[in-house]
Design a protein around this ligand. Structure first.
Ligand code: NAG
Ligand code: NAG
Ligand code: NAG
Ligand code: NAG
Ligand code: NAG
Ligand code: NAG
Ligand code: NAG
Ligand code: NAG
Ligand code: NAG
Ligand code: NAG
Ligand code: NAG
Length: 758
C-alpha cells in the first residue's frame, strides 16, 4: 500500500534527500565499543588510550595529529553513555583492531532518519489548575534536544520570566559560524554542534553553517514545541493565531546539533547524546531514528541505555512510515511517541450563490479576493490534469474531482483560474500546509450540497471563498495520523510500542526566518517565524515537554516511572468520548500498535496512583533473554552485567502476546507485573478487564491492597488466544480502579502476529 503520496509535507521525506553515502573509497567511519576496565594503567585517560589504539593501527599516519594530539582519523571519544570512539578506518584496520585488548564491538557509522499553538489547550494544560501552575511550568528542568540546531533569535527563546540556570548545569554555548556564544540565555542555556562524522564520510565537504545555528528549521520547531517561551501574536499566515508556547514553557533548553544539510551520521548523534548526559540534562528529546537495525547497533538504543542509568528519560519519535511493523525507536528503555491530529481545522468558508455555506480545508497563506465568481463544473475539465482544458475556464472557480489533489494543485498553480474546489476524502490532504493557489478541499459528503446547487443552476452557479479561518473543537479529535509508524517494533516485538500518542499534525511552532516556507502561484515566496509542520518529529517534543513537567513535579521518579505515569493515564477516547480512530485504516478504532496506550494526558500523569517501575538490571535481564551474544549485550550495557535472571517479562505498563502465523493453537502467555503505590497511603485497587475478542484474560489476584506509600504489590496476567492466526490483531485492556474512586491505571493488551525481527 502506498502511504504518503505527498512526500514534501513530512520532515522524514524532506530530509531523506540528504541521505549521504556511508562508505567512501576504502576507508569509512566505524563506531567502536571498548571495555574500559581493560585500559592499561599507562594511559592517564580514555582519550589517550583510544588515540593510541587508533594511531597504532596505521604507523605511517602517526604524524598526522591535530592540535589536540589526536590522530586525524579519530572522530570522537565517548565516555558517558558508553565507552568507545568513532574513527575512520579501513576493513583491515578494523580486523587488526579486533585483536587489540579491550575491544568489544565495531560497526559502520550509519545514516539517521528524521522523522508545532493550541496543542497545550488540547492537552488540557491550563494556567489556572493542574500540572502547569502546580509545578511551575517545568521550572528548573533541562531538556536536551538532539536535532538540526536552533535559531537563537527566535522569540521562543527569549528568557523573560525564566529562572536562573540550575547550578548543576555543565554545558556551554559553543561559538561558531554566525553564532556568538552570548546568544545563549536563561531559556537557551546551551548549544553545541557535532559534525566530525559528516566530514569523515565526505572529506571534501564544506559545512555551510559550521555552528549550532539551524538552517533547516526542524530543531527550532521541535525545541520550541517542547519548551518555547510565550510569544504573543504568533500565526502561520493568519491561521492558528494566538500566543505560542511550549509544553514546558519554563523549562531550560539545550540544543545539540547533529543533523547537517551535508549529512547525518550515527557518530555525530552519539556524540550529541553523550555530551547531553554529561552536561546534566533531565530529559532528551530526539525526533529521529535508525531503521532496520538491531538494538546493539542502534546508536539511540545504546546512548539512551546510558542516559536511562543516569536517570535521564529519552523521548523519541515512532517514525513516519505508516504501516504495521515499521516503527523505529522501539527501544524498551525509551519513550516512543506516535502522532495524532489536533481538534483544529484550517478553513476556507465557501458561500454558494444561494446562500448555503460549506466549510472546506485550506491553508492558502493570504486573504484572496474570490467573490461572487462563476463555478465551472464540466466532466471533461474536472480531473484538473490538463493545462489546455484549464485554459478554457477563464477567471472562475473550477471544481476538481477524481484525482490526486497534490497533482491537481500543480496544474491549478500554473493556470489562470481564480480558485479551485477540490473534492477529496484523502486524509493526507488534511496535512497540507502548502497551498500555493487559492482553493479549498471539500469532502465528498459536503460536496453533495455543492454539486446539487451547481447542477441545478445549469451553468450560472457562483460562490465566494473566505480564507484564513481557524476552527477549534473539530470532532472527532484526536485521530491517529495516517503517517505514524505502527508496531510491533522490529527490534524487539515483545514490548508493545509505541507507548503513547501526542499531537503531531499541523503543529505551530518557531521556524527559521530566512528560508521560503510557502509560495503563492509559481513565483511569490513567503517566509514566516512560525510554521505548521506534521510528523512524529512534532509529536515527540510534546511528550518530552510533558516528561519535563513530570520530572519537575517528581524529581525522584525514574525514567520508567515517568513513562509509566504517561502511559497508564493516557486517554484511549477522543473528544466525542468514543474510542480514538485511525485515519489510515479508514477511521476504524485505532489499535495500541498505532497509538500505544492513547493520547498523553499531562494533568492525570502527574498523579497516576500506581507506577510500573523498572531498574537498569531489569533491562539487562531482558537483554539476557534476547539471544544476543555477550559482546552485543556489552555494547548496550557497556559495564559488567550478569545474566543470572534472564527474563523477557519486563515490568512494562502494557502487554503484547505474539502468535506464530497460521498455527492451530494460537498463543498462551503469562505476564508478571509489580506496581508501586505513588498515590495515597492506605488504599486498594480492583481490576476491570476488557478482554480482546477471542482472548481469555485471567488476572490474579483481582484486588491489590496497599498499607502505605511506595509499597509494591504484584499480580499475574494470563492471555489465552485461540482465534484466527492469519494476521489478525486483537486488543483490549485492563484497568486497576482505586476502590475509593480516585485513580484508574490502564494498560492495553494486544494479540498480534509475530513479525520478522532485526
Ligand atoms: C571487560 O573486562 C572485565 C575485566 O576487567 C571482564 O570481567 C569483562 O567480562 C569484560 N567484558 C567483556 C564484554 O569482555
Ligand atoms: C558577541 O556579542 C557581544 C554582545 O552583542 C559583543 O560584545 C561581542 O563582541 C560579540 N563577539 C563576537 C565574537 O562577535
Ligand atoms: C577531494 O578533493 C581532492 C583534491 O581536490 C580530489 O583529488 C578528490 O578526488 C576529492 N574526493 C572526492 C570524493 O570528491
Ligand atoms: C486525467 O484524469 C482522467 C480522469 O481521472 C484520466 O482518465 C486521465 O488519464 C488523466 N490524464 C492524465 C494526462 O493524467
Ligand atoms: C468539453 O466538452 C465540451 C462539450 O462536450 C466541448 O465543447 C469542450 O471543447 C470540451 N473541452 C475540452 C477542454 O475538451
Ligand atoms: C441548461 O442550459 C443548456 C444550454 O444553456 C440548455 O440547453 C438546457 O436545456 C438547460 N437545462 C436545464 C435543466 O435548464
Ligand atoms: C539465536 O542466535 C543463533 C546464533 O546467532 C541463531 O542461530 C538462532 O537461530 C537464534 N535463535 C532464535 C530463536 O532467534
Ligand atoms: C511469574 O511468577 C511466577 C511465580 O513467581 C513464576 O512461576 C512464573 O514463571 C512467572 N512468569 C513469568 C512469565 O515470568
Ligand atoms: C482470518 O483473518 C484473515 C485476515 O483478516 C481473513 O482473511 C480470514 O478470512 C480469517 N479466517 C477465518 C477462518 O476467519
Ligand atoms: C505473519 O503475518 C503478518 C501479517 O500477515 C506478517 O506481517 C508477518 O511478516 C508474518 N510473520 C512472519 C514471521 O512471517
Ligand atoms: C470515474 C469516477 O470516479 N467518477 C467519480 C468522480 O467524482 C464524483 C464525485 O465528485 C463521483 O460521483 C464520480 O463517480
Amino acid at each position: 500500500m502506498e502511504l504518503i503520496k505527498h512526500l514534501p509535507y513530512l520532515f522524514l521525506f524532506t530530509l531523506l534527500s540528504y541521505h549521504a553515502k556511508l562508505v567512501l573509497g576504502e576507508r569509512s567511519s566505524y563506531i567502536v565499543h571498548m571495555n574500559k576496565s581493560l585500559m592499561p594503567k599507562v594511559f592517564p585517560t580514555h582519550n589517550h588510550w583510544y588515540s593510541f589504539t587508533v594511531s597504532s593501527l596505521k604507523p605511517t599516519t602517526t604524524n598526522s595529529f591535530d592540535h589536540h594530539h589526536n590522530p586525524l582519523n579519530l572522530l570522537y571519544t565517548y565516555d558517558n553513555v558508553f565507552h568507545g570512539f568513532s574513527a575512520v578506518m579501513s576493513k583491515d584496520e578494523v580486523e587488526a583492531l579486533k585483536k587489540t585488548p579491550g575491544f568489544v564491538s565495531a560497526y559502520p557509522d550509519r545514516s539517521v532518519t528524521i522523522d508545532t499553538t493550541h496543542t497545550f489547550e488540547f492537552l488540557s494544560l491550563n494556567p489556572y489548575a493542574g500540572l502547569w501552575p502546580a509545578f511551575e511550568y517545568g521550572k528548573d528542568v533541562i531538556i536536551g534536544v538532539i536535532d538540526t540546531g536552533v535559531w537563537p533569535e527566535s522569540p521562543s527563546y527569549k528568557d523573560d520570566g525564566m529562572s536562573e540556570i540550575p547550578s548543576r548545569w555543565k554545558g556551554t554555548c559553543e561559538a561558531g559560524q554566525e553564532f556568538n556564544s552570548s546568544l545563549c540565555n536563561k531559556k537557551l542555556i546551551g548549544v553545541r554542534y557535532f559534525n566530525k562524522g559528516v566530514i569523515a564520510a565526505n572529506p571534501n565537504v564544506t559545512i555551510s553553517m559550521n555552528s549550532g545555528r539551524d538552517t533547516e528549521g526542524h530543531g527550532t520547531h521541535t525545541s520550541s514545541t517542547a519548551a518555547g517561551n510565550y510569544v504573543g501574536g504568533a500565526s502561520f499566515f493568519g491561521y492558528a493565531s494566538g500566543t505560542a508556547r511550549g509544553i514546558a514553557p519554563r523549562a531550560h533548553v539545550a540544543m545539540y546539533k547533529v543533523i547537517w544539510e551535508e549529512g547525518r551520521y550515527a557518530s555525530d548523534v552519539l556524540a550529541g547524546m553523550d555530551q547531553a548526559v554529561a552536561d546534566g540534562v533531565d530529559v532528551i528529546s530526539i525526533s529521529m531514528g535508525f531503521d532496520d537495525v538491531p538494538l546493539y547497533q542502534d546508536p539511540i538504543a545504546i546512548a539512551s541505555f546510558g542516559a536511562m542509568e543516569k536517570g535521564v528519560l529519552v523521548s523519541s519519535s515512532a517514525g513516519n512510515e505508516g504501516n504495521l511493523g515499521t516503527l523505529h525507536n522501539g527501544i524498551p528503555w525509551v519513550l516512543t511517541v506516535a502522532a495524532g491530529s489536533i481538534d483544529r481545522f484550517f478553513a476556507g468558508g465557501l458561500t454558494l450563490g444561494n446562500g448555503e455555506k460549506i466549510s472546506g480545508w485550506t491553508t492558502f497563506p493570504a486573504p484572496a479576493l474570490v467573490k461572487d465568481l462563476p463555478i465551472i463544473y464540466k466532466k471533461n475539465i474536472s480531473s484538473c490534469n490538463s493545462t489546455a482544458a484549464l485554459a478554457t475556464v477563464g477567471y472562475a472557480i473550477v471544481i476538481c474531482e477524481n484525482g490526486s489533489v497534490f497533482n491537481q494543485m500543480q496544474f491549478i498553480s500554473t493556470s489562470s483560474v481564480a480558485a479551485a474546489i477540490y473534492i477529496s476524502d484523502d486524509p493526507d490532504v488534511l496535512e497540507f500546509t502548502d497551498f500555493p493557489y487559492p482553493g479549498v478541499v471539500v469532502s465528498t459528503k459536503n460536496a453533495e450540497t455543492l454539486l446539487n446547487y451547481v447542477t441545478k443552476r445549469n451553468g450560472s452557479a457562483t460562490a465566494t471563498i473566505n480564507f484564513q479561518q481557524t476552527l477549534v473543537g473539530a470532532k472527532p479529535a484526536p485521530t491517529v495520523a495516517s503517517y505514524t509508524s505502527r508496531g510491533p517494533a522490529p527490534s524487539h516485538p515483545g514490548i508493545l510500542k509505541p507507548d503513547v500518542m501526542a499531537p503531531g499534525s499541523l503543529v505551530l511552532a518557531s521556524w527559521i526566518p530566512n528560508t521560503l516556507t510557502n509560495i503563492i502561484g509559481s513565483n511569490i515566496g513567503l517566509t514566516s517565524d512560525f510554521i505548521l509542520a506534521s510528523g512524529t518529529s512534532m509529536a515527540c517534543p510534546h511528550a518530552s515537554g510533558v516528561a519535563a513537567l513530570l520530572k519537575g513535579a517528581h524529581p525522584e521518579w525514574s525514567p520508567a516511572a515517568i513513562r509509566s505515569a504517561m502511559m497508564t493515564t493516557a486517554d484511549p477516547l477522543d473528544n466525542t468520548r468514543e474510542y480514538i480512530k485511525d485515519s489510515f485504516f479508514n477511521y476504524e478504532i485505532a489499535t495500541p500498535l498505532a497509538m500505544g496506550s492513547g493520547q498523553v494526558d499531562p494533568n492525570r500523569a502527574a498523579d497516576p496512583g500506581l507506577v510500573y517501575d523498572a531498574t537498569p538490571q531489569d533491562y539487562v535481564n531482558l537483554l539476557c533473554s534476547m539471544n544476543y551474544t555477550k559482546n552485543q549485550i556489552w555494547t548496550i550495557t557497556r559495564s559488567a552485567y550478569t545474566c543470572t535472571d534472564p527474563s523477557s517479562d519486563l515490568n512494562y505498563p502494557s502487554f503484547i502476546a505474539l502468535y506464530q502465523n497460521n498455527t492451530k493453537y494460537g498463543v498462551v502467555q503469562e505476564f508478571n507485573r509489580t506496581v508501586t503505590n505513588v498515590g495515597g497511603e492506605t488504599t486498594s485497587y480492583k481490576v476491570r478487564v476488557n478482554a480482546p475478542s477471542g482472548v481469555a484474560v485471567t488476572v490474579a489476584p483481582t484486588t491489590l491492597q496497599f498499607g502505605k506509600k511506595y509499597e509494591k504489590q504484584s499480580y499475574s496476567l494470563r492471555v489465552a488466544y485461540t482465534g484466527n492466526t492469519s494476521g489478525v490483531v486483537e486488543f483490549g485492556s485492563i484497568i486497576w480502579e482505586e476502590e475509593s474512586g480516585g485513580h484508574s491505571v490502564r494498560s492495553p493488551i494486544v494479540v498480534a502476529p509475530m513479525i520478522p525481527v532485526w
